[in-house]
Each structure stands twice: as structure tokens, then as C-alpha cells.
Write a protein that binds this ligand. Structure first.
Ligand code: NDP
Length: 248
């Protein structure tokens, strides 16, 4: 029998905008109890208000995923309120596009800290709980940039998403005995705030042009719901979703 999203406790990082926000709204409408983390607390609070006003169940915790303690508190808060963790969507991410020769070392650090270490902190927070439950689902958001490299500009962002690919596959292999499903979602261009994180003006202009074909965040939310709603013994390992018009 397929897993019913209704009643599932789903932790989502980066729920204050884009894919995370859309996923929270979509899963809550299907009856999930969503627990939202992001730094912009006003935004996740507003989303909690919106979801609960419609009869849904939601909680928000101010979370900076580069702080392990924050991610632990997010997951602990979810467990204390709802008693279990069924799904985590490790979605928080940043993208700064610039040639390596521009030496934007602080932006390299930030991408590594959020996209790799932040995701690992999410895994670390839920893994002992899911192992004990002998049930759970870890959904990691990668990118088509985790399949191909675009250069000049995308080397470091791609490196972080290649890391997500390696980590998700390694985790998948290690969690068989615990009945934990692992899914990696690799989106192409999706209309969100992500591209605005680029400080290099020329790259930003190129991205604005590229993102003209971007698809709505809801298309990724639906794929996440579909990965959850499989029969318990079925694991969707990878999903790649591009705009039909996208070549990269
Ligand atoms: P957005 O910029 O709209 O959302 C990014 C989210 O990440 C925000 O909610 C932001 O919350 C959160 N975030 C950033 N830094 C931190 C931090 N230190 N701690 C906690 N949360 C943080 O972009 P998207 O929705 O597009 O991005 C979501 C994921 O999708 C990312 O992993 C991205 O790499 C991936 N992706 C996106 C694609 C696209 O075309 N849009 C394509 C492929 C992958 P806050 O600032 O409030 O903390």
C-alpha cells in the first residue's frame, strides 16, 4: 500500500521561499504535519499562519543550517510536538555563480557550508530517530548542476551538488537495514530567489536570461509528494526535472 502523506511529519529546511515554501504548502494541503526551518523567521511564521488558517498543521523554528545546534533544535522541536519524524527535505541551498579566477572565496565557503554541511547536519539530526523508528525518508535537493558542470561560473556550486549526489547514494547504501528511503531530487531552472544570490553582475545577467524558461516551484513540490507517496517497499532514488525547453 502506498504511503499516505496525511499525518506524516515532514521537516523542511529552507522553507522561507522557493522550492521549500512551495513544498510545505503542497504537503500541508495533503495533510502532512510540516515543520519549517529557515533564517527568515517572519516568512516561515507567515506560512505557518497561512497553513493553520486552512486547517493544516505546521510549526516553524528559526534555523541556520550552518549551525548544527539549530538543525538539531528544529528536528527535536518536530519530534517533541509530533512524536516522530517521517520525512526530512534537506532543501536549504545557496548559489553564487562566478569564475573561479574571481576568487570569491567567502562565497565558496558559504556554498560549502549551506549546501553540503547544512545538508549533513540534517542527516545527522534525523538518522538516529529514523533508525530507532525503523522507518523514514530522507529527501535531498541536488541540481542538474550535480550531473553536469557549467563553466565559467558554476564550478563550486556544481561541486557542492556533486557532493549531494555522493552523499545521498552512500547514505542509501547504508540505510537498507533500517527501512529508510533516500531520494535525490535534481531540478533544472526553477523560478525562485536562488539566482539572485549571485554577486557577479555579468553572471547575474546571464542567469536572468537563462531563467526565462524556468518552471514553477510547485512542479518540484509535486515530485517530492510523489516520491513520498510510493508503496513502503518502493524507493524513488533519483528524479531529474527540467523545463522542457532547457538544454543544460
Ligand atoms: P531560494 O533562494 O528561493 O530558497 C533557498 C532557501 O534556502 C531559502 O528558504 C533560504 O532561507 C534557505 N537558506 C539559505 N541559506 C540558509 C541557511 N544558512 N540556513 C537555513 N536556510 C538557508 O532558492 P530555491 O528554492 O531555488 O532553492 C532550494 C534548493 O533547490 C537549493 O538547494 C537549490 O540549490 C536547489 N535548486 C534550485 C534550482 C533553481 O533553479 N531554483 C535548481 C536546482 C536546484 P533563509 O534565507 O530564510 O535562511
Amino acid at each position: 500500500m502506498a504511503v499516505n502523506i496525511e499525518g506524516n511529519v515532514v521537516v523542511i529546511t529552507g522553507a522561507s521561499s522557493g522550492l521549500g515554501e512551495s513544498t510545505a504548502r503542497h504537503l500541508a494541503a495533503k495533510g502532512a504535519k510540516v515543520v519549517l526551518g529557515a533564517r527568515r523567521k517572519d516568512r516561515i511564521d507567515a506560512l505557518v499562519k497561512e497553513i493553520t488558517a486552512k486547517g493544516g498543521s505546521a510549526l516553524a523554528f528559526k534555523t541556520d543550517v550552518t549551525r548544527r545546534g539549530d538543525v538539531e533544535a528544529l528536528v527535536k522541536g518536530a519530534k517533541e510536538k509530533y512524536g516522530r519524524i517521517d520525512v526530512i527535505v534537506n532543501n536549504s541551498g545557496v548559489m553564487s555563480i562566478a569564475p573561479m579566477s574571481a576568487l570569491k572565496v567567502e562565497e565558496w565557503d558559504r556554498m560549502i557550508d549551506v549546501n553540503i554541511k547544512g545538508l549533513l547536519y540534517g542527516v545527522a539530526a534525523v538518522l538516529p530517530i529514523m533508525q530507532k523508528q525503523k522507518q523514514g525518508h530522507i529527501i535531498n535537493i541536488a541540481s542538474v548542476a550535480g550531473i553536469k558542470i557549467f563553466a565559467p561560473g558554476g564550478a563550486v556550486y556544481s561541486a557542492t551538488k556533486f557532493a549531494v549526489r555522493a552523499l545521498t547514494e552512500g547514505l542509501r547504501m547504508e540505510t537498507r537495514a533500517y527501512n529508510i528511503r533516500c531520494t535525490m531530487i535534481s531540478p533544472g531552472a526553477v523560478a525562485t530567489e536562488l539566482a539572485e544570490g549571485t554577486s557577479e553582475e555579468t553572471a547575474k545577467e546571464g542567469l536572468r536570461e537563462f531563467y526565462k524558461i524556468a518552471i514553477p516551484a510547485d512542479s518540484i513540490a509535486r515530485a517530492i509528494a510523489n516520491a513520498i507517496e510510493q508503496p513502503a517497499e518502493v524507493e524513488i532514488d533519483e528524479v531529474v526535472i527540467r523545463p522542457t525547453a532547457q538544454e543544460f
